[in-house]
Write a protein that binds this ligand. Structure first.
Ligand SMILES: [Zn+2]
Length: 322
């Protein structure tokens, strides 16, 4: 049996997995992403998380065939660098992540875009298996997208799949990206939290922030939204409904361009809210579909929150040890 490593590098957590030849998870570990320091500090945490995951599979990291990393920011696999990963500490510039990890782990490293590798994982091993073309929609802090066409990832010139920034309302709400009317300005968890805070300042009642405190959080996490919905919180329901409508318009419009066979909904909120909300997004898409007699399948991501790390491990398949 041989093993590969996979890393999902996010703004809040580093998820590491060790995967065997059958794509089964043999070991895993999760660590918080450092909030201060430098890219080198983040690389050390990645190496530590991978070491724990490898220990779970009873192997050394140096025995791995290779390690794949799904990273935010601009990823250049040929150069081994990640540039401008804004959610990571001190990472405005460029950092040679490959060299740092190869030295720390003793195995070759391949880099990929975090959202694209999660889409590739769903395409190959998850909800996308029956299809040749899929659009992955990752509904979380922001809204990320990944595209597979005719069985191949579509990266464009490097920036394809930014589905969160399709415009669903001209001159609409301000997006965290600084533009206006983007889907993410209505559906991203960060933007939804800002809106909820404003509504509370205006005197609206909600249990969202009480639930946040009860759960010892400082942010409206997916779990907080989910609980507020369970308790019938009106503001939460209204903002989620607004998000679902924005997703319907944005994703539906992308389907009009790409005509993919399936849309796969993942991400922190997507996974937490689950199938009932996937069904609501499907319904919200319907009025926007041009070829509405032949809508795409809309599926919940099947690999759960390990999907990103499993997808990253797929990057390591073609690595050759030097
Ligand atoms: Zn935007």
């Amino acid at each position: 049996m041989s093993y590969r490593g996979g890393i999902d590098l996010g703004g809040t957590k580093i998820q590491a997995v060790v995967i065997d030849d059958d794509h089964e998870v043999a070991g895993q570990s999760r660590r918080p992403t450092p909030t201060k320091g430098s890219p080198a500090d983040v690389a050390s945490e990645i190496a530590a998380a991978l070491e724990e995951a490898a220990a779970g599979a009873s192997v050394e990291t140096s025995a791995l065939i290779g390690i794949g990393v799904g990273s935010p920011g601009k990823v250049d696999d040929s150069a081994g660098t990640v540039t401008g990963a804004k959610n990571l500490p001190g990472w405005a510039g460029s950092f040679d992540l490959r060299s740092a990890l190869e030295e720390a782990c003793g195995a070759p490293v391949a880099l990929g875009n975090d959202v694209q590798v999660a889409t590739d994982a769903e395409f190959e091993l998850g909800a996308g298996r029956p299809y040749q073309s899929v659009l992955g929609v990752f509904w979380g802090t922001g809204v990320g997208g990944g595209i597979v066409l005719d069985g191949k990832p579509w990266l464009g010139r490097d920036a394809a799949g930014e589905i969160g920034h399709v415009v669903v309302k001209m001159g609409g709400a301000e997006c965290p990206c600084g533009r206006q009317g983007c889907m993410e300005a209505y559906a991203g968890r960060l933007a939804m939290e800002l809106r909820a805070r404003k509504d509370v300042e205006r005197g609206e009642k909600t249990q969202l922030f009480k639930i946040m405190e009860e759960r010892g959080r400082t942010r409206l996490t997916s779990g907080v939204w989910s609980r507020a919905l369970d308790r019938g919180d009106e503001l939460a329901e209204r903002l989620i409904e607004r998000a679902v409508r924005a997703l319907g318009a944005g994703v539906g419009s992308c389907v009009n361009v790409l005509d993919v066979e399936a849309v796969i909904i993942g991400g922190g909120l997507g996974l937490r809210l689950g199938q009932p909300y996937v069904d609501r997004i499907r319904e919200a898409m319907e009025p926007h579909l041009f070829a509405n007699e032949n809508p795409p399948a809309v599926e919940l991501a099947a690999l759960g929150d390990l999907g990103g790390a499993i997808g990253a491990s797929l990057l390591a398949r073609h690595l050759v040890r030097s």
